[in-house]
Design a binder for this molecule. Structure first.
Ligand code: MTE
Ligand code: MO
Length: 214
């Protein structure tokens, strides 16, 4: 108890005609609305038990509306040109993490080999566990999505999706399927696990697209 220290909320007190600006000055500009900085923590959010999946067993497939459906093994995926993401991630349960590094291969590299057909507009990403999430194709192309197996300087921990996961960091992190098994390209939006359970279909953290109807 430190009664002579002003309450920390004092600086957030709305001033007439100045609301929001005072707030914005105090907030880290990397923090989307309604989020907090998890700092050193990285919560684990899994609907399923962490699977026992070795690198040798892991495969990644692209099929559906593509000219050349195919499956990559761990070694085949690692032979592709490496790519990394350095930046922020945002979970819909309201934590964000700043300046993290993930290493792997750009999804563009895999998609270039599979060659999406003209009618393809959406993807369903699915995990080796059965978890699914749906995304517009535009949200996973153009340098916005990766298949990753490194976190900071080490292998991606199993509870965070290792051996490999999808990351789509410009959207809420439920789109970033852990233990990624594949991507199916479709000509329509086919809602995945959380999208069928009340979450928003797109999930832009800057627009606070948390739930259906947001
Ligand atoms: N296979 C699978 N992937 C998943 C999930 C899950 O339950 N299963 N949860 C999603 C959600 S809601 C979030 S916020 C992130 C959490 O990733 P983390 O546990 O590495 O923080 O993974 C996403 N990918
Ligand atoms: Mo989440």
């Amino acid at each position: 108890m430190t009664p002579d220290v002003p309450a920390p909320t004092a600086s957030y007190e709305p001033t007439r005609g100045f609301t929001g600006r005072a707030r914005a000055a105090d907030r880290d500009p990397r923090l989307p609305p309604g989020q907090y900085d998890a700092r050193d923590g990285w919560p684990v959010l899994s609907a399923e038990v962490t699977p026992r999946l070795t690198a040798a067993e892991w495969t990644f497939r692209i099929d559906g509306l593509v000219a050349a459906p195919r499956t990559w093994t761990w070694d085949e995926a690692h032979a592709l040109p490496p790519s990394e993401y350095r930046g922020d991630i945002h979970c819909v349960t309201s934590w964000s993490k700043f300046g993290v590094r993930f290493g792997g291969v750009s999804l563009d590299t895999f998609l270039a080999a599979a060659r999406p057909l003209p009618g393809a507009s959406h993807v369903v990403a699915y995990s080796h566990t059965g978890y699914t999430t749906s995304l517009p194709l535009d949200d996973v192309t153009g340098g916005k999505a990766w298949i990753v197996w490194e976190y900071e300087d080490g292998p991606l921990p199993a509870e965070h999706g290792g051996p490999a996961r999808l990351i789509v960091p410009h959207l809420y992190f439920w789109k970033s399927a852990k233990w990624i098994a594949g991507l199916r390209l479709l000509d329509r939006d086919e809602p995945g696990f959380w999208e069928q359970n009340g979450y928003h279909h797109r999930g832009d953290p800057w627009a606070e697209e948390r739930y259906a109807g947001d």
